[in-house]
Structure formats: structure tokens, C-alpha cells
Design a protein around this ligand. Structure first.
Ligand code: MOS
Length: 752
């Protein structure tokens, strides 16, 4: 049954999703449930001087209105998991301070959702308003924790000025990327029900463990009194990773009002109550000899952060791992402005930094007259350029070779503007993609019955990516069962601990724990059959019996399928808790994950650097007269270790590339500068690609074996696809037009 891995298996949860029987957080209706709505600040920075809730309270259906003055049990939240992506240190409705536009100022509870929203609209506020700016000033940036240590936020090797002086060509450029906001299809929702001191919260979450511990601490409850339920998540991408004020407000309101309360955050409010991709500046100084070999590599990233937190999504940790250079300097800087705290958004360290890095490589190649693919080839390296450890596996150039073939890179004529199709200028561009392999501790429980069924249980998450299916596949392969006979249950905070569904780490980490649990099941059943008076493995010492692809094998060649072996014993069910503890995981990292944090041993351990790689190529057509930009083709070849499911992996990579096209050409959160507010906080005006924008997308998944990362050899593919797309398109735009566009998104008006 090993063939259940690396095959195309349809999602096991698909029938439930298409028939509407998959229960999302906002589908739950506890008896007597009331509805919540948020009123938010209309100014960005200042002080609340008055809040009139009388009209809201008089509104038919409104049950209660809570403000900073009367919301009980909320203040205790402060300080817990405070700061950093996903969990801001400043919480709304604790006082009168306003730090960003759209900050919650009141919480209305009503009998219907409509009454709650009407009530919220009737609340009026007076403010002492102060000037505010959503945009950062890069001149005010500072280094995040400058340690001088290469593992830290500044890394230096050799002498960059010397390397630049020795170069045949140099480049000194700056790229900018805008604010981008999450718009998952499933709105942010939370439903809270208290029964005495016991609390149940239904909420879409990428980390039920984090949420459960955080809620317990905030409300002074033992962990066992809190149930967190999140079996289905309708899109997350980082937006549902943290502990959010709207959930805490809902829990507090439910307690105060004495009834279950559900809040569905409105689409515009989703722009200010959760995380986003901060705007950034990417500065590169590169030098290379005539052959394209880098003599100097400098990357300084300046990322926007709030006035009260420092967001650490250090992209320079990733860019400095890409290409060999004797002289390297990278710096991770932030600059503050008046927003809520940003955080994770699909490839949070990589998307914006690779828009810079991969254009810079293209610019330098162009200056040197070298083919862009060749530029990557001469700078490819099998050791991490700064940490000087080998890559556990690195198939970057294999990816370029593969995608060059499918795309027809050889047809590209180097000269700018040399390719045309009638009224259309044609450009070909390429870019490297990468994503770090994150390694986190995980547990998983597997029960197997003699009837040939298995039940897999863990506090992991399927955020729409296919985790239900791949865990069933892993169990099926190891236990020798059909995929349909393996039932996976996830998304409850009290299940065996699994890490946050982020950093593309679920398959690698939680999947390895499922794998381990199955091996333990094999050992338990082996012990049973070896004790039997008869049977193919009777009397064989249990520790000499191995489990391979669902078959128990003795040293003398005797064997028995695991399910037959189990059925032959008096035991009706065996249960094992599997553990994934990669040797690079320190106790501190393991403890971090078990206490709701993110304890990754990746991507660089003392022995290895672990990254998945890809190469992307895009063709753009630009209308000579209207400057309309089209992307008729985008191809990607990716190598990410073992591919567990060729169908769901393909969807992840393709979805990433589609989002990459959106990033390149559509996506931006527009800012009303004088008011320091977002202008297009809705999905009508926040542009994303539609089917008509997406033509041919081709995804190749290369074979790659990696025995270091985990027993399954899985690196993770959730974010890899988005990383190179925008740069490949920008490079293609340059090839077509000679215009170098160093900002996102790229629009028709930029080409006039
Ligand atoms: Mo993903 S941005 O690591 O949730």
C-alpha cells in the first residue's frame, strides 16, 4: 500500500465540503446564542474622549453594549503572548487610547446579527485626534536586535565594499512592496459558550493549541476547562495563526451577558482586526565578475511595523542562503507607522524579498549580458553561503532545467523588445523560489482495529491544504489499509499536540508523528503475534519483526499483513501515540511548541540547511498601444522532497503561482493618506486575479530524496509556489519593454 504516497488522492473531506456538512465556526448555533458586532474607531491616532452608546442600547434587539468601561474579564489578557506576528501587545478596549484606524471601541450584543450591526453603527465617539501615517519612513528604520551574529538579524561575511570594488559590474537598487491584506473566503468568526467555569470556543484557527492555552490564561481558567474547536478552516494563509482581540472580546462578552455569543467580523473590519503583509523596502548592492559570479552580496530589508510591536519575518535569513558569494552583508530593519501589528501572510519572509532578490539577479545578468538562468547556475552552491553547512538537498538547477524545457526558454531572444506577437510585446522572465523547511515537534494518536479501520487524531489543522487527506494516506501506507479506512480527526485543542499550521510545516512535522504512531502500532501487534501459539510469526522475537508497507516481516522471510495479524489476536484495538522529535530539536524548541509557540529547528541546524526550491518562468504580453499586461503562461518546477499527494500538492503550488500573479499585477491595499485609513477594505476593490487573468499554469514536481529533514523526506509546499512569481513577471516585463519596475503591483499606467 506504499503507493498511497506520492499519488494523486482526492481530498477525503471534499464530500463534506461540497454537501455543506463540514461545520465551520460560524455554522455552530448553541442554544440561546446571541450575536456580536464591533464598532471601530474612525480616527487612526488619538484619545477617545466620549462614547455615546445610548442609541445603540435603545435599538430593538440590542441586549448589551460593552466598552472599555464595562467589559469585565478582558484586562487580564494583556501581556499574554504579547507582541510579534499574530498577537499584538496592544489590545483594544482596555482604555481610551487609539493607535490605528479601525481599532475596536465597542462590542454590541443583540438578538440578531442585523440588530447587533445596527447597534454598532449607532455608537458615536468623540476623539482628540493626532496626526497619523500608515506608511513607514524608511529613514527612521532600525535594526531588529542587532547581535552581529550570523544567526541574528545582521549577518556579515568577508568585506562587501571590497567585493564591490573588485566586481566587473555592480548594482545598487531598491525595490518596494505594498501593504497586502488577507481575504480568506471564510470570514473571521468566533462563537463562545460558557457553562459555569467551562468554556467552549468555535473559531477558525491555525493553532488550536495556542488558542486554548491563551484563552485559559487570559480568563484564569485551567487548560482543561477550555475547549477550542476548529475542524474546518476556510482559508488562513497566516491570518488565523494568532490569538486575536475579536475572539477575546467575544469570550468576555459571552461571559458578561450570560449567553453564548457569536461574532462574524465584517469584511472591512477584517483589514484592521487581524494581520497583514507589511509594506517593505528591499535594498540590494550586488557585484559580479564577467562570468556572473557574485563578488559581493548585500541585502537590507526594511519592513513596516506598528508603533507597539516589532514584526520579525526576517527575509534576509532566506535571501542570504541562496547564492554563493565571498562577501555578504544582510540586515533586517523595521520602521514604525500607525497600523495594527502586521504578521504572517503566505511566504511572509520570502514573497517580498524575492521580488527584490530575483529582479536584482536579473538586472545584474542583463548588465553583464548573461542569460538569467546561467546567472543562477554560476552562483548555485551546495553549502549555505553564510552558515557554511551543506544543504540537506538542493535541486535548484534541476528545477531550472526542467522548467526551461517545458517553458521553451531556449526560444527566448536575449535582446529587450526583440520578441513580439502582432500588437503585443512579448517577454520571458524567470525567478528562483525557495521555502525553508520547518521542523517542529509533534504528537499524533493512531488507533487501529482488527476490522481494518484506523483512527488518527491530532491537534493539527487542515486550512484547506489537504492535511486530512495526507494523514490518511500516511496511515494507509504504513498500516496497509485503504485510504478510506483511515479516519482523521483534527482541530480540537485537547488532542495530541501538533504544531501551528504555518511555515508550510504540517506535512513534515505532524505527518512524521502520524508515521511514527503507525510504526509503534506495528511493534505492538508484532509483540502480540510473536506470543501466539501459531501463525506465520509465532515465536519470532518481536524486536526482529519489522513493519513495511502494512506487512509484518520476520527475519526468516515469514510475513503477515498487519491487519490480518491484528485480527488474529484477541486484541480488538491497538493504540499508540507517535512522536516526531527531530535530532535538531532542542528541549527548548520542543517546549515552545508544546506551550503554543512556534519551535522550529529549521531552516538551518548545526549540520544542515533545509530548503525546498523551485524555478518559475513567466511569459508576459504587453499591448503596444494600451499597455495592457497579460500573463498567458506561468510555469514552475519545484523540488520539495517527498510529495505525499500529487493532487493537493499541485493545487498548493498552482494556487501559490496564481496568488503570485495577483501580487505582481493586482494586489495592493490603498491608503487614504490624510486620514491614515485603508481605502479598498473590501473584496470588490481589493483586486485579485479572476479566471480570465489566469491562463496556462504548469506545475512540475521533481523527484527529490532527503533523508535528513524527517523520516518521510517531506519539505513542505504550502508557500513555495508564490515566492518567485512576481519577480518572474517583473523580469518578463523588462524583457518585453525595457522598463524596470521595482514596485508592486505593476500596472498599465507604469508602462505609459
Ligand atoms: Mo503561513 S503565512 O506560515 O500561515
Amino acid at each position: 500500500m506504499a503507493q498511497t504516497l506520492n499519488t494523486a488522492v482526492s481530498r477525503t473531506d471534499a464530500p463534506r465540503k461540497v454537501t455543506g456538512t463540514a461545520t465551520y465556526a460560524a455554522d455552530v448555533i448553541p442554544a440561546g446564542m446571541l450575536h456580536g458586532a464591533l464598532a471601530t474607531s474612525s480616527i487612526a491616532v488619538g484619545t477617545l474622549t466620549g462614547l455615546d452608546t445610548s442609541a445603540a442600547e435603545a435599538e430593538p434587539g440590542v441586549v448589551a453594549v460593552y466598552t472599555h468601561e464595562n467589559l469585565p474579564d478582558y484586562k487580564s489578557v494583556k501581556g499574554f503572548y504579547a507582541g510579534g506576528p499574530g498577537s499584538a501587545s496592544f489590545w483594544p478596549m482596555e482604555g481610551t487610547e487609539i493607535k490605528y484606524a479601525g481599532q475596536p471601541i465597542a462590542y454590541v450584543v443583540a438578538e440578531t446579527a442585523a440588530a447587533a450591526r445596527r447597534g454598532a453603527q449607532l455608537i458615536t465617539a468623540d476623539y482628540d485626534s493626532r496626526p497619523a501615517d500608515v506608511h513607514m519612513d524608511p529613514a527612521d528604520s532600525f535594526v531588529i536586535g542587532a547581535t552581529g551574529d550570523s544567526k541574528g538579524m545582521v549577518a556579515t561575511k568577508g568585506d562587501v565594499p571590497k567585493g564591490l570594488a573588485e566586481a566587473a559590474q555592480t548594482l545598487d537598487v531598491e525595490y518596494t512592496t505594498p501593504f497586502q491584506h488577507h481575504n480568506p473566503m471564510e470570514m473571521f468568526a468566533s462563537t463562545a459558550e460558557w457553562r459555569g467555569d467551562r468554556l467552549t470556543v468555535w473559531m477558525p484557527s491555525q493553532s488550536v493549541r495556542t488558542l486554548r492555552l491563551g484563552i485559559a490564561k487570559a480568563f484564569g481558567l485551567p487548560e482543561t476547562s477550555v475547549r477550542v474547536i476548529s475542524p474546518f478552516v476556510g482559508g488562513a494563509f497566516g491570518s488565523k495563526a494568532g490569538i486575536t482581540p475579536y475572539a477575546m472580546l467575544t469570550i468576555a462578552a459571552a461571559k458578561a451577558v450570560g449567553a453564548p455569543v457569536r461574532l462574524i467580523v465584517t469584511r472591512p473590519q477584517m483589514y484592521t482586526v487581524a494581520t497583514f503583509r507589511p509594506e517593505s523596502v528591499q535594498r540590494f548592492r550586488l557585484g559580479a565578475d564577467e562570468t556572473g559570479k557574485l563578488t559581493a552580496f548585500e541585502h537590507i530589508e526594511i519592513a513596516q511595523t506598528s508603533q507597539f510591536d516589532v514584526v520579525t519575518n526576517p527575509g534576509t535569513h532566506i535571501t542570504r542562503a541562496m547564492y554563493a558569494s565571498p562577501n555578504i552583508h544582510t540586515e533586517q530593519r523595521v520602521a514604525r507607522s500607525d497600523t495594527n501589528t502586521g504578521g504572517f501572510m503566505r511566504a511572509p519572509n520570502e514573497m517580498q524579498t524575492f521580488f527584490g532578490l530575483e529582479q536584482a539577479m536579473d538586472e545584474l545578468a542583463h548588465k553583464l549580458g548573461i542569460d538569467p538562468v546561467e546567472m543562477r547556475r554560476v552562483n548555485d552552491t551546495d553549502r549555505h553561503p553564510v552558515e557554511d553547512v551543506p544543504f540537506s538537498s538542493r535541486s535548484l538547477m534541476e528545477c531550472y532545467d526542467s522548467v526551461s524545457d517545458t517553458f521553451g526558454w531556449a526560444d527566448r531572444t536575449a535582446e529587450v523588445g526583440s520578441m513580439t506577437d502582432g500588437d503585443w510585446l512579448v517577454g520571458y522572465g524567470c525567478a528562483t523560489a525557495t521555502y525553508p523547511t520547518n521542523i517542529l515537534a509533534s504528537n499524533a494518536r493512531v488507533r487501529m482495529r482488527g476490522t481494518g479501520h484506523a483512527y488518527i487524531e491530532l491537534a493539527a489543522h487542515d486550512v484547506g491544504t489537504g492535511s486530512y487527506t495526507i494523514f490518511a494516506q500516511i496511515a494507509a501506507a504504513r498500516l496497509g489499509l485503504p485510504v478510506e479506512a483511515c479516519d482523521v480527526v483534527m482541530g480540537h485543542g485537547d488532542m495530541p499536540v501538533a504544531p501551528l499550521a504555518g511555515g508550510s510545516g504540517t506535512a513534515a512535522s505532524a505527518g512524521s508523528a502520524v508515521h511514527d504512531a503507525c510504526l509503534r502500532i506495528g511493534r505492538l501487534v508484532a509483540a502480540e503475534v510473536s506470543r501466539q501459539p501459531e501463525g506465520p510469526l509465532a515465536g519470532v522475537s518481536a524486536d526482529r519483526i519489522t513493519l513495511e508497507d502494512g506487512v509484518l516481516r520476520g527475519p526468516d522471510g515469514h510475513s503477515q499483513s498487519l491487519v490480518e495479524a491484528l485480527a488474529s489476536t484477541a486484541t480488538t484495538e491497538v493504540e499508540a501515540v507517535g512522536e516526531f522529535r527531530h535530532p535538531a530539536l532542542t528541549d527548548k524548541l520542543i517546549r515552545a511548541t508544546f506551550s503554543g509557540g512556534y519551535g522550529t529547528a529549521g531552516p538551518v541546524t548545526p549540520e544542515c540547511a533545509m530548503f525546498a526550491f523551485g524555478a518559475e518562468m513567466a511569459e508576459v504580453h504587453i499591448n503596444r498601444w494600451t499597455h495592457e499586461i497579460r500573463v498567458p503562461r506561468a510555469h514552475g518546477a519545484f523540488a520539495a522532497g517527498t510529495i505525499l499527494n500529487r493532487k493537493t500538492a499541485h493545487s498548493q503550488l498552482m494556487g501559490g503561482m496564481v496568488w503570485g500573479i495577483g501580487s505582481a499585477l493586482h494586489e495592493v491595499t490603498e491608503v487614504d493618506k490624510p486620514r491614515a485609513r485603508y481605502l479598498n477594505a473590501n473584496i470588490a476593490e481589493y483586486l485579485v486575479p479572476v479566471n480570465a487573468d489566469i491562463r496556462e499554469i504548469r506545475v512540475e514536481m521533481l523527484e527529490e530524496r532527503d533523508d535528513y529533514v524527517n523520516p518521510l523526506g517531506v519539505k513542505g509546499i504550502g508557500e513555495l509556489g508564490i515566492v518567485g512569481t512576481a519577480a518572474a513577471i517583473a523580469n518578463a516585463v523588462h524583457h518585453a519593454t525595457g522598463r524596470r519596475l521595482r514596485h508592486l503591483p505593476i500596472r498599465m499606467s507604469d508602462l505609459v
